[in-house]
Design a binder for this molecule. Structure first.
Ligand code: PEP
Ligand code: MN
Length: 262
């Protein structure tokens, strides 16, 4: 079902009124994790003012260490919903387990994280819903494995999927991951599903977000997911890769300018 051969037309995914794919480009932005009411609202206003049309924020966090901040859980989603009410931005947040889906009724897009890309039970459960899914590429997943993960969701009837390249594991140790820009033309060739790029998790460093965002935009991505925090130094998760609101708005100007010529 994900194969371009049997479905030549680009899929356009509608996330609470915001379209991605088939020529529609959108930026999702916001903090790695929801932390406080003020933090979410401030970030939401800032990313909206800079041209982002979808608000991101994690409430259930897949942290490498069990001793790191694990996210606020259901109350984090409530803060995200409050920011949605105030700004009108649709929201996307990660679901790690089917048991958490009960809290996501008012979340516009379900994010499947890189670490869960092959959690087939979770994929089948979100496949039963009729809600857009952001499917991140696994840390070491091939294109074929990634598309088969999409196929698990689609086989249950949910075909509203946006793929997200977020960097893969390579021999390089200077960066957190290596952003695979080739995934854009390759996924457009192999599949009709839209593909967006996440330069924040790819590099793990805020100063790399700009060049990677521009490379992705120039490379024909259908959108971007960028982490923005009102006070990166105090962020409870992924602070080193987060952009400040002013850095983000400088960047979006250039992204939108580049979109004009892609
Ligand atoms: C995230 O988006 O905050 C996240 C945890 O991403 P990934 O699954 O790509 O690591
Ligand atoms: Mn993060």
């Amino acid at each position: 079902k994900a194969n371009r051969k049997f479905h030549p037309q680009d899929t356009i995914v509608d996330i609470g009124g915001v379209k991605i794919g088939g020529g529609h480009f959108a930026i999702m932005a916001g903090p790695c994790s929801v932390e406080t009411p003020e933090q979410v609202i401030e970030c939401a206003h800032a990313v909206k003012a800079a041209g982002a049309t979808i608000l991101r924020g994690g409430a259930f966090k897949p942290r490498t260490s069990p001793y790191s901040f694990q996210g606020m859980g259901p109350s984090g989603l409530e803060l995200l919903e409050a920011a949605k009410k105030e700004t009108g931005l649709p929201i996307v947040s990660e679901v790690m387990d089917p048991s958490q889906l009960q809290y996501f009724d008012n979340v516009d897009m379900l994010q499947i994280g890189a670490r869960n890309m092959q959690n087939f039970t979770l994929l089948k459960e979100v496949g039963k819903l009729r809600k857009p899914v952001l499917l991140k590429r696994g840390l070491s997943a091939t294109y074929e494995e990634w598309l088969m993960a999409a196929e698990y969701i689609m086989s249950e009837g949910n075909e509203q999927i946006v793929l997200c390249e977020r960097g893969i594991r390579t021999f390089e140790t200077k960066t957190r991951n290596t952003l695979d820009v080739t995934a854009i033309p390759m996924m457009h060739e192999l599949s009709h599903l839209p593909i967006i790029m996440d330069p924040s998790h790819a590099a793990g460093m805020s100063r790399m977000v700009r060049p990677l965002s521009l490379a992705s935009t120039g490379g024909g991505a259908d959108g971007l997911m960028i982490e923005v925090h009102n006070d990166p130094a105090k962020a409870l998760c992924d602070g080193p890769q987060a952009l400040r609101p002013d850095q983000f708005s400088d960047l979006t100007k250039d992204i939108f300018a580049m979109r004009e010529i892609v």
